[in-house]
Write a protein of this length. Structure first.
Length: 332
C-alpha cells in the first residue's frame, strides 16, 4: 500500500536541502567581492606634484577604488626626474605590499629610449594593469600671431624659419616629440623650446614671447575658450567632444594623429591574482557614470580597458613612437 506521507516527506526533504544550499551560498563571498577584496591599504604612486593631470586621474579613480576594495587608497606624490624617480622606487616594491603606479608615455615609453641610466625596464619591472584615459595634443598660437588656420601657420613658419619656435611644457615630453612629428610631416624646420611646465609656457604664449605651443588639450582649452590663445588643430583621429569646433590635424590638411594616456602599472613582484583583482576593480570603477563624468569635467576622455587591451595599446604605442624618439637624436 503506498505511503500517503511520502510526497510530503520528499517535498520537505527537498525544501530543507534547498534551504541548506541557500544558507551555504549566503555565507560565501560574492564573485565580485572575491575578485577585488584586499586586506591592506592600496598606495597609488604618481611621479608628479599634486594638481597636475596625472594626479587628478589618480584621485578620481582612487576615491571610487577605495570604496570598491574596502580599504583606504592613498595617493603618494613622488615628483622628480620627470616621473622616473617614482618608477625607480616602485619597481623595488616587495610582493606583500599593495602599490600601483599611474604613469604616462614619457615615463614608460620615452625615458627608457633616451636615458642611459634609467634604472628600470617597463617590460621587465612592471605589469600593465589598466589603461584609464586618453588625451589629445593641441597646437596653439599666440594671439599676437596673425594666423587662424594650420595651413596659414605652416606657410608663416616656412617664410619665417628664425622665428618659428615651438614651445612645449618639457624637453623629452610627448608634446616635444609631437612637435618634431609636425615639423617633419609638414616639411618645416622647427626649433622646439622646452619649458619647466605648462604654466610658464602658456604665460609666454599668451604674452607673445613664443609664437607657437604644443601641450595637452585639457591644459590649453580653457585659455582658448577665454580668447587668450588660439588652438588651430588637435591630434586625435576624430574631433574632440570637448572642442567640436576645432579641426583635427588630418582635417586641417596634415596627415598626422597621436594621443597620450595614463595607465596603471603594478610592480613585477605583485602576485598575478592580486594584479587581476585590481584590474577588475579599476575597470569597474571606470564603467561608473560618476567617474566618467568627473573625467569629462576635467577635459579628459575616460577609457574602460581590460588587461589584454591595455597590453595591446602599449605595444602599438611603442611601435608608433619609438622610431620618432630615436630618429630625433634627442639627448637629455
Amino acid at each position: 500500500m503506498p505511503n500517503p506521507n511520502r510526497p510530503i516527506t520528499r517535498r520537505l526533504a527537498g525544501l530543507l536541502a534547498a534551504a541548506g544550499l541557500m544558507a551555504s551560498i549566503a555565507t560565501l563571498p560574492t564573485a565580485a567581492n572575491a575578485q577585488i577584496k584586499l586586506e591592506t591599504p592600496l598606495h597609488i604612486v604618481v611621479g608628479y606634484a599634486p594638481g597636475g593631470a596625472t594626479d587628478r586621474v589618480a584621485r578620481i579613480v582612487g576615491e571610487k577604488l577605495g570604496t570598491k576594495l574596502g580599504v583606504p587608497v592613498i595617493v603618494d606624490n613622488k615628483p622628480g626626474a620627470g616621473g622616473r624617480l617614482a618608477a625607480q622606487q616602485v619597481k623595488l616594491t616587495p610582493a606583500n605590499q599593495n602599490v600601483l603606479m599611474l604613469a604616462n608615455p614619457a615615463v614608460m615609453v620615452v625615458a627608457p629610449l633616451v636615458f642611459k641610466d634609467n634604472n628600470y625596464d617597463p617590460e621587465r619591472d612592471f605589469v600593465p594593469v589598466s589603461h584609464v584615459n586618453a588625451y589629445d595634443f593641441a597646437l596653439s598660437v599666440s594671439p599676437h600671431l596673425p594666423v587662424r588656420e594650420l595651413n596659414h601657420l605652416l606657410a608663416w613658419m616656412r617664410a619665417n624659419p628664425q622665428q618659428a619656435n615651438v614651445g612645449v611644457p618639457a624637453t623629452g615630453s610627448l608634446p616635444h616629440f609631437f612637435g618634431l612629428m609636425v615639423g617633419e610631416k609638414a616639411k618645416v624646420q622647427t626649433q622646439v623650446i622646452g619649458y619647466r611646465g605648462s604654466a610658464p609656457l602658456l604665460n609666454d604664449l599668451i604674452g607673445g614671447q613664443v609664437p607657437i605651443a604644443i601641450d595637452t588639450e585639457d591644459v590649453v582649452l580653457p585659455q582658448h575658450n577665454a580668447g587668450k590663445l588660439r588652438i588651430l588643430a588637435l591630434s586625435g583621429d576624430k574631433r574632440s567632444p570637448f572642442a567640436p569646433n576645432i579641426p583635427t590635424f588630418k582635417e586641417a590638411g596634415l596627415d598626422l594623429s597621436a594621443t597620450g594616456w595614463n595607465t596603471f602599472f603594478a610592480p613585477a613582484s605583485m602576485p598575478k591574482d592580486r594584479v587581476d583583482r585590481l584590474a577588475t576593480a579599476i575597470r569597474e570603477v571606470m564603467q561608473d557614470p560618476d567617474t566618467q563624468r568627473k573625467f569629462k569635467d576635467s577635459g579628459m576622455t575616460p577609457v574602460v580597458s581590460t588587461q589584454a587591451q591595455t597590453m595591446a595599446m602599449l605595444k602599438a604605442y611603442k611601435t608608433q613612437w619609438a622610431p620618432v624618439v630615436q630618429k630625433s637624436g634627442y639627448q637629455p
